[in-house]
Design a protein around this ligand. Sequence first.
Ligand code: GDP
Ligand code: MN
Length: 398
Amino acid sequence: MKVHEYQGRQLLADAGIPVPGGAMVESVDAAVAETTKLLDAGASLVVIKAQVHAGGRGKAGFVKLVKTADEARAAAEFMLSNRMVSVQTGPEGLEVKRLLVADGVDIAKEYYLAITVDRGARTNTLIASAEGGVEIETVAEENPDAIRKLALDPIRGIEPYQARALAFELGFTGRQVGQAASIMLRLVELFRSTDASLAEINPLVVTPPSDAHPDGQVLAIDAKFTFDDNAMFRQKAIAAMFDPTEEDPAEIRANEHGLSYVALDGTIGCLVNGAGLAMGTMDIIKLHGGEPANFLDVGGSASEEAVTEAFRIILSDDAVKGVLVNIFGGIMQCDKIARAIVGAAKEVGFSVPLVVRLEGTNVAEAREILEAARSDIPTMTTATDLTDAAQKVCAAVS
Ligand code: GDP
Ligand code: MN
């Protein structure tokens, strides 16, 4: 589960990590009012930022620094009336419904700080770089030595001496060292206590020296979090931050029926039971020259109603030019799938070719059900095995 930057900033602030003040708004007028409030309170710079579940906003023109209410109005109007297309969105981009209006900061230097799960090392890992900012992906590719990684002990997390050593290595000086180390310790604890799978501050900035902060101040001015969906039952406060409008509506519908559904770009809708079989099915479709339109695992114990819903979801995708049903009935009974196919045929109708491969528990009964309904499902063919099924569906859509 992802959250917006403004929510991530709140989590950072609650954890004691310094973050410039700001507020989330949903209209141009509110953005102007909030900007005016910050300017009246003494800010000389305000930043307006699109709140969407994707990064690359800076380069896409959806992070703007403003100095007057008029500039704020122009920036907010632009962001709320244009879809944001960045390297992290598809070409169709994302609609922007929320903005963050925050105190802008003067930046002396931008750092990168994140914690994520390193599956190779089987541990959580802190990642840091003195080359933070919008070019971090390029740095990672062209100058990987500029990226420091520190494996976190599963019990102790990070020790204060490790954080200080890393802060020195990154080039923090004077009082910045203690500030940066404290941010690292707090971020590790926040990551652990919220069941996060990603906590990223990019950039973590140092401000120029001032009277109040002769060595500058270390601040988080962006926040990106991803949380483990399987932990949301015990993370009520995090779960409450969920913004359904940022998600694919089909994925939300599927979720409500206990189905694992991920929309993809291809033309072959897949209905499969078991994540392993679903991946195998996608592979074999690709092997035969097709592209899956989705990943859909109905699981082992889905009800007939849930499976019918799965067909509704697949068939509501206009890109779907053919459907492949691949079921290995273990706990799942093939006749349940067959009945759902017949139900979906009656209710929505299969206007596209449907290839069905069933094997396992109650398969004989399932075949009888499908045979009896054949005249109602004229686009249906059956397949003997997975290769046969993949070849048939790929031929049908090409
Ligand atoms: P992202 O591109 O989606 O990751 O959005 P960020 O919040 O990271 O902003 C992108 C870039 O805009 C940052 O790397 C900064 O260079 C710049 N930026 C963002 N906020 C401020 C600010 O308050 N002051 C200044 N001077 N630059 C900012
Ligand atoms: Mn950023």
